[in-house]
Design a protein around this ligand. Structure first.
Ligand SMILES: C[C@@](CO)(OP(=O)(O)O)[C@H](O)COP(=O)(O)OP(=O)(O)OC[C@H]1O[C@@H](n2ccc(N)nc2=O)[C@H](O)[C@@H]1O
Ligand SMILES: Nc1ncnc2c1ncn2[C@@H]1O[C@H](COP(=O)(O)OP(=O)(O)O)[C@@H](O)[C@H]1O
Length: 320
């Protein structure tokens, strides 16, 4: 009898920006206790999972050629974690194709997004009876940012960022994103913050409550005044040229700019969609970053793409 092979499943998954990121001291487990407000953006990766006799990962787009395609890829770790969680033994016969629009090591949680999308895609491919909450528990074992990519929207994250509650956001906010030529390592940026704090007392950003209120009001001008990130000083200390990028975005007409997470991507909040296009055009010509993108948020988390979108042919190139 012929075995029925299920068709490939494609999942679209958003990047995140941290509207607020307050970092507390280093915990004994090597993580920092933090409070963050995440927003999921329309800048996305697409992840296709398929049953195959040749398991592995292929990467296209952002990071093609530099993102690992072996077992250290976060998407492959997601395959193994979900297989173990549901008791599937042996090497998973899965091929994962990543089409990346999210910059690598950019502070926008691209690897985490791919892991989240892989979990959601496999749940469908393997026809598993699992809830989103159960997938988020598996996700938390893969990285602090992975659960948020499962849910998307706007959310308050506590603990190491993996404990989430949704936040009411009444408005679509418009962003311009400035990608840097080179990424920054998240542990290095946390380490730099510890070093700066040991050497002095860089100001801390304070409570998240005003940001949550601004989101409920839906006023981008109010929100712009409140964007804050304790990791920004550390990212700028490691990459002093980010100061110039941040200044250029505001000079181009953005309401405010912030380093996203551990950086080096800079995110600029704009008054509306038209303003975002204008800011993006001016920033592109300013010579302060590699690439500029516009995006809006909040958008939903990892979700299966239906119809024609899902049937796009896979590009022919294969990374081992
Ligand atoms: C800084 C943030 C803000 O959203 O995002 P990115 O800038 O990486 O996108 C996150 O906290 C990153 O989350 P994620 O990238 O999933 O980090 P993980 O894989 O869990 O941890 C990588 C390393 O970062 C440091 N880390 C991470 C989270 C945390 N709360 N405290 C930490 O000190 C630790 O050194 C840890 O070993
Ligand atoms: N699927 C993936 N996409 C991107 N990077 C990945 C992936 N899997 C593992 N990595 C590794 O994780 C590091 C952090 O990547 P990423 O999640 O893009 O950045 P950030 O933590 O700044 O948001 C990269 O330098 C890369 O070596």
């Amino acid at each position: 009898m012929l075995a029925v092979v299920p068709p490939p499943v494609t999942v679209r998954v958003p990047a995140k920006v941290n509207l607020h990121l307050s970092v507390d001291d280093l915990r004994e487990d090597g993580y920092h206790e933090l409070v963050t407000v995440f927003q999921a953006l329309s800048l996305t990766d697409e992840v296709t999972v398929a049953v195959t006799e040749e398991p592995g990962i292929e990467v296209y787009g952002e990071g093609e050629g530099s993102v690992p395609t072996g077992p250290e890829n976060l998407a492959w770790r997601a395959v193994e974690a979900l297989a173990a969680h549901v008791g599937r033994t042996g090497e998973p016969k899965v091929r994962v194709v990543l089409r990346k629009g999210i910059p690598v090591a950019g502070g926008m949680a691209g690897g985490s997004a791919d892991a989240a999308a892989t979990l959601v895609g496999l749940a469908s491919l393997w026809n598993l009876d699992v809830t989103r909450d159960e997938l988020a528990e598996v996700a938390a074992g893969l990285g602090s940012d992975v659960p948020f990519a499962i849910y998307g929207g706007t959310a308050l994250g506590t603990g190491r960022g993996e404990q989430l509650v949704p936040v009411l956001s009444r408005h679509t906010f418009h962003w311009v994103l400035a990608f840097a030529a080179e990424g920054l390592s998240t542990p290095k940026v946390f380490g730099e913050l510890d070093r700066l704090r040991a050497a002095g007392n860089p100001p801390r950003i304070g409570s998240h409550t005003p940001v949550v209120e601004a989101l409920a009001s839906g006023d981008p001008r109010q929100l712009a005044l409140l964007l804050g990130n304790d990791l920004q000083a550390a990212a700028v200390s490691l990459r002093p040229d980010l100061r110039r990028t941040l200044r250029a975005g505001v000079n181009a007409g953005a309401l405010a700019g912030t380093v996203s997470g551990s950086g080096p991507t800079c995110a600029f909040l704009c008054e509306n969609a038209q303003s975002a296009v204008e800011v993006a055009a001016e920033l592109s010509g300013a010579g302060v970053c590699r690439t500029v993108r516009v995006a809006h948020g909040p958008v939903p988390g990892a979700r299966v793409v239906g119809g024609d979108d899902a049937n796009r042919p896979t590009p022919p190139r294969v990374h081992a």
